[in-house]
Design a protein around this ligand. Structure first.
Ligand code: 6PG
Length: 264
C-alpha cells in the first residue's frame, strides 16, 4: 500500500519571543483541552533546553493558568540529560521550577526520565517499560502522545537525536541512550517511532542562531535527513506545527517573500 504521505508542516512566524510564547501557550491549551474532552486525559512530552522557559512562563502566568483543568494532563519528557533531577542541566528540574511547582501539578502526574540511573541503557529500558505500562502499549504498538513539544538545535538536532547518530535508525526501541556533542554528553531520548506516532508535534524555535537549521529542515530539499535530524520528524497521521519567531525564520524563503504571515 502507498506509504501515507505525512501532512505538510504548519508554519507560524511570530514577531518576537513573547508573541511566540503566547501563540505556543494558546495552541498548547487548545490541544490539551481537545484531548481531555475527547479522551478524558492529555499525555504530553516536554522538550528540554531553554526555549520551553518562554512557554512555561506563559502557561503558569495569569493569562493561561486558569484556562485549563491541569488535573487531566500527564507530563512526560522527550529527552533528558543524565544528571540528577535537581541538577541545573536537568530538563525535569527546569519544568519543575517553571511549570509544575507554579501550577501545583501533582507528582503522580509527572513521569520524568531517570537520567540519574548510572547505566543509561537501564535508564532507557526503565522509561520504555513505564511508557508501555502507562499507555497500555505492548510491542509492536507504540505509545501515542497527544502532544510532543520539541526544540531545534543549531545543528538540526531535536530531542537528543543528534546528526549522523545511530539512534536515528532505531525502529523498535522507544527510548535510547544518546551522546551529545555539546553540554552534558550522556542523554536519554525518545526515538523517532514515538515522535512520529504523536497526534501533534509542536516545534518551538526562537533566535537567529537557529535560522540556518530551520531553513535546512523546512526548505532545503537537498539537505540530508541524517545531517539535520529534525527533518525525520514527520508524524505519520498527526499534525506537525512549527512556531518560529522572525529571527529564527529569517532564512526561510516563505518568510522573506512574506507569504506566511500571522493574522491577528
Ligand atoms: C535538550 C533539548 C534539545 C533542545 C535544543 C534546543 O535537552 O537540550 O531537548 O533538543 O530542544 O537543543 O535548545 P534551546 O531551546 O536551549 O535552544
Amino acid at each position: 500500500n502507498r506509504k501515507r504521505m505525512a501532512m505538510a508542516p504548519e508554519l507560524r512566524i511570530m514577531d518576537d519571543p513573547p508573541e511566540l510564547a503566547r501563540e505556543a501557550a494558546d495552541l498548547f491549551v487548545w490541544l490539551a483541552e481537545q484531548a481531555v474532552e475527547t479522551t478524558g486525559q492529555c499525555r504530553l512530552a516536554l522538550s528540554g533546553g531553554s526555549t520551553p522557559k518562554l512557554l512555561y512562563a506563559e502557561l503558569a502566568g495569569p493569562a493561561f493558568r486558569s484556562r485549563l483543568d491541569w488535573t487531566g494532563l500527564e507530563f512526560y519528557f522527550g529527552d533528558e540529560r543524565c544528571v540528577p533531577p535537581d541538577h541545573p542541566e536537568s530538563n525535569f528540574a527546569l519544568a519543575e521550577k517553571d511549570l509544575f511547582r507554579p501550577l501545583k501539578v501533582e507528582a503522580t502526574r509527572i513521569f520524568r526520565m531517570p537520567g540519574e540511573v548510572a547505566d543509561p541503557e537501564r535508564g532507557a529500558d526503565h522509561y520504555a517499560a513505564l511508557l508501555r505500562r502507562q499507555f497500555q502499549a505492548s510491542p509492536p504498538a507504540v505509545p501515542v502522545f497527544d502532544i510532543i513539544l520539541l526544540g531545534l538545535g543549531a545543528d538540526g538536532h531535536t530531542a537528543s537525536l543528534f546528526p549522523e547518530s545511530d539512534t536515528l535508525r532505531e525502529s523498535s526501541r522507544l527510548v535510547r541512550p544518546a551522546v551529545s556533542p555539546q553540554g552534558v554528553r550522556q542523554r536519554l531520548t525518545l526515538t523517532l517511532p514515538v515522535l512520529n506516532q504523536a497526534r501533534t508535534v509542536l516545534f518551538l524555535v526562537s533566535g537567529a542562531a537557529k535560522a540556518r537549521a530551520v531553513a535546512a529542515v523546512l526548505e532545503d530539499h537537498a539537505a540530508k535527513d541524517t545531517q539535520w535530524p529534525a527533518r525525520l520528524v514527520r508524524p505519520a497521521k498527526g499534525r506537525l506545527v512549527w512556531i518560529l519567531d522572525r529571527p529564527a525564520a529569517s532564512e526561510l524563503a516563505v518568510a522573506r517573500q512574506g507569504i506566511v504571515s500571522h493574522e491577528e
